[in-house]
Design a protein around this ligand. Structure first.
Ligand SMILES: [Zn+2]
Ligand SMILES: [Zn+2]
Length: 312
């Protein structure tokens, strides 16, 4: 429960969680001596290490919290994440980035980004690097040198005290380039083809099936427990094989699956879909005993899923 509250990054984050952040970031092993203290924001979101043994200076409560996390397989996991979540992640030592991100803290530009720009998140790095990007058909007022007088560079000089805006933008891009596609807000994400469900008209007592692959919400929602330690989550972004082109066109279809002798060796399952009276798309089928080499369980659940599959 403590751990869950600690990983609540919403507005209700308890005060003690901020204290825990500081303890975790301070009681680090000697292997982290070259990691600037200011980049250590959250142990679970970044790749720096913290003290996990009783020999470290870590308070017992924190050690217990870390142990619970390990015991129940707590980690970041999800097929894809909404872009807002990707942008909220800390950029420095981003936990999912290529390990070379750890070498990007020492340069003149990195120090300027840390101290003067106060750059913290992926979103901030993306906004800064965006100044370098020329959109087709639109002239980019920025010149790729540190003497550029465009409004963005002037702003960075005046408001941040940055002496080399172009260099800092390039460094922000270097940081972003270490992110795998699944964590890169610039990459195409499944969410780009997943229209909001709230715009669909729904009838009373009707629940709309959430078909989206992307985890929504905030950073609190990206964690899972009871994960499989032998399985390493992939960091490539999945691309949907179909795209929703017209979200207004709605089809109402009734689906059902049922099973006689459910749970017994004699179980027989079947599925049916009903579009309308005499509609040629109406179907009823038996759940096959196998599909290729896979044996299909004759159960109510298999039948329900098959029924949904029949509608597509
Ligand atoms: Zn400029
Ligand atoms: Zn700068």
């Amino acid at each position: 429960m403590w751990l869950k509250r600690y990983l609540d990054f919403g507005s209700g984050r308890p005060l003690w969680a901020l204290l825990a952040d500081t303890l975790l970031a301070t009681n680090t092993p000697s292997s982290e001596k070259n990691t600037p203290r200011s980049i250590r924001i959250n142990y679970y979101l970044q790749s720096w290490k913290t003290g996990t043994t009783s020999q470290s200076n870590q308070p017992p409560d924190i050690l217990r919290m870390l142990k619970i996390g390990r015991k129940y397989g707590l980690r970041i996991e999800g097929i894809a994440f909404e872009r807002d979540i990707l942008r909220e992640m800390p950029i420095w030592y981003h936990s999912q980035a290529d390990s070379k991100i750890r070498r990007l803290t020492g340069s003149r530009a990195s120090k300027c980004l840390l101290i003067k720009h106060n750059l913290t998140t992926v979103g901030e790095a993306e906004d800064l690097a965006a100044i370098l990007v020329t959109v087709e058909g639109r002239p980019n007022p920025h010149e790729n040198n540190n003497h550029c007088r465009c409004s963005d560079c002037t702003n960075l000089r005046e408001k941040m005290g940055c002496n080399h805006p172009n260099l800092c933008m390039l460094r922000a891009q270097d940081l972003l380039d270490t992110l795998p596609t699944k964590w890169d807000p610039h990459a195409e994400q499944p969410g780009d083809n997943e229209p909001s469900l709230t715009s669909l008209p729904s009838q009373k007592d009707e629940e709309i099936f959430d078909y989206r692959l992307s985890t929504s919400g905030n950073l609190s929602d990206i964690f899972r427990i009871f994960t499989d330690p032998s399985h390493k989550p992939v960091n490539e972004v999945p691309i949907r094989l179909f795209k929703v082109r017209n979200q207004i066109q709605q089809v109402t279809v009734a689906t059902d699956g049922s099973c006689i002798d459910n749970g017994q060796t004699t179980a027989i399952a079947g599925a049916g879909v009903f579009f309308a009276a005499n509609d040629p798309r109406n179907q009823s089928v038996r759940v096959p005993k196998s599909l290729g080499d896979t044996t299909l369980t004759q159960s109510n659940q298999t039948a329900e899923l098959l029924a949904v599959k029949l509608t597509s």
